[in-house]
Design a protein around this ligand. Structure first.
Ligand SMILES: *[C@@H]1O[C@H](CO)[C@@H](O)[C@H](O)[C@H]1NC(C)=O
Ligand SMILES: *[C@@H]1O[C@H](CO)[C@@H](O)[C@H](O)[C@H]1NC(C)=O
Length: 347
């Protein structure tokens, strides 16, 4: 993920969806915290930039032990896919950024990627999403993202796989000033959004209130970042915001509207809080508070002030602390240590 320095000013939080909230609480009282299987439920990103992680089989057992019904994979790792067979876990599968050009070149290129990375697993894994790249816009492959999405969609259509949503994941950095996409991302995103709009599919976005808070703690209130503010912190016209997460998601909606796109949702492909690496800004307690509240926020299905009631897909980043990332906070996003002990209790 990239750090993003979201301007603090922007935004703020939703109405209370009491009825829905209470219904969800009743559901939750009678079932595991994470609702498995169907569309509702939190996911966790299975990142692998480490040399000390458990075997993929053990990792998938850990997902099952904690009833985590959705998993995001950044690339089609064969061991992970093998272990996921028959697990009942919904998989959001990523295509690597480096693979985007060959998928974009031709339907044959897309078919070849599909044949290697999806087809062998189709009878045993439910794929919810295929994400063409992670934070590939802006970047050297940016203009290939939309063509790659179209080619993959054509392949899925040929195989009658209309349950798999093709999209791409972007960083909050794609937002520039004044609720618009930044100049260097606008062109590539216009093509992506036009594809998503026709399909009615969401854009995936990596949303990290932590970075906004940590980069400007004098301006960004901790309770606003952690979903714990009791009253609106930012009021924007007739929209009032209790948390920075909603404000960030709504910035995407504003930016899409500026591009003339009104029917594309946001699926949060990463969010989280590091448990160490930056002193008092990164403690297990803060990380636990953020991730619990993030999870509850997604499960409440309240949407955001700008799009009340919209269900927002949500994935926590990440399952494990990853020791081959840059030192400091980057190594400390995990819910679990590599020995599979929780860093803090979330579930
Ligand atoms: C995969 O699916 C096939 C066909 O339904 C089934 O025979 C096989 O047992 C499944 N394998 C696993 C590991 O679930
Ligand atoms: C909020 O304001 C916008 C324009 O600023 C307006 O279109 C919308 O109807 C308002 N919504 C409510 C609920 O007042």
């Amino acid at each position: 993920m990239h750090r993003m320095h979201l301007r603090a000013q922007t935004m703020a939080s939703p109405r209370m969806f009491l009825a829905v909230g209470m219904m969800m609480m009743m559901v939750i009282m009678h079932s595991p915290m994470v609702i498995v299987g169907d569309k509702i439920g939190i996911g966790v990103c299975y990142g692998m930039v480490a040399n000390n992680l458990p075997s993929a089989t053990d990792v998938i057992s850990l997902y099952k032990k904690y009833n985590i019904g959705k998993l995001r994979l950044f690339d089609p790792n064969p061991d992970a896919l093998e272990a996921l067979k028959g697990s009942g876990i919904d998989v959001a599968l990523g295509a690597k950024n480096e693979d985007i050009p060959s998928i974009a070149t031709s339907t044959e290129g897309a078919e070849s990627w599909f044949t290697t990375n999806v087809l062998p697993y189709l009878s045993n894994i439910t794929f919810s999403f295929i994400s063409v790249g992670n934070e590939a816009i802006p970047g050297e492959f940016a203009n290939d993202v939309a063509p790659a999405m179209s080619n993959l969609q054509a392949v899925l259509n040929d195989h009658n796989l209309n349950g798999i949503t093709v999209t791409t994941a972007v960083a909050t950095m794609v937002l520039g000033v004044s609720y618009q996409f930044s100049p260097e991302t606008k062109g590539a995103l216009a093509d992506v959004l036009s594809f998503l709009s026709i399909k009615g599919s969401p854009l995936m976005a990596n949303v990290y209130p932590y970075f906004a808070y940590a980069s400007d703690p004098d301006q960004v209130r901790l309770d606003y970042a952690l979903f714990t503010a009791k009253d609106p912190v930012v009021v924007d016209g007739n929209l009032s915001y209790h948390n920075l997460f909603d404000a960030t998601v709504d910035s995407f909606y504003w930016a899409m509207e500026k591009q003339g796109v009104n029917n594309v949702g946001v699926a949060v492909s990463e969010s989280g809080w590091p448990s160490a690496g930056n002193g008092g800004f990164t403690t297990p307690e803060l990380a636990s508070t953020y991730n619990r509240n993030f999870m509850q926020h997604v499960l409440n299905m309240g949407g955001t002030p700008k799009r009340p009631g919209a269900y927002i897909e949500g994935f926590i980043f990440a399952m494990f602390n990853e020791n081959q990332k840059p030192s400091g906070i980057e190594q400390n996003w995990g819910l679990f240590y590599p020995n599979m002990q929780p860093v803090y209790a979330v579930f």
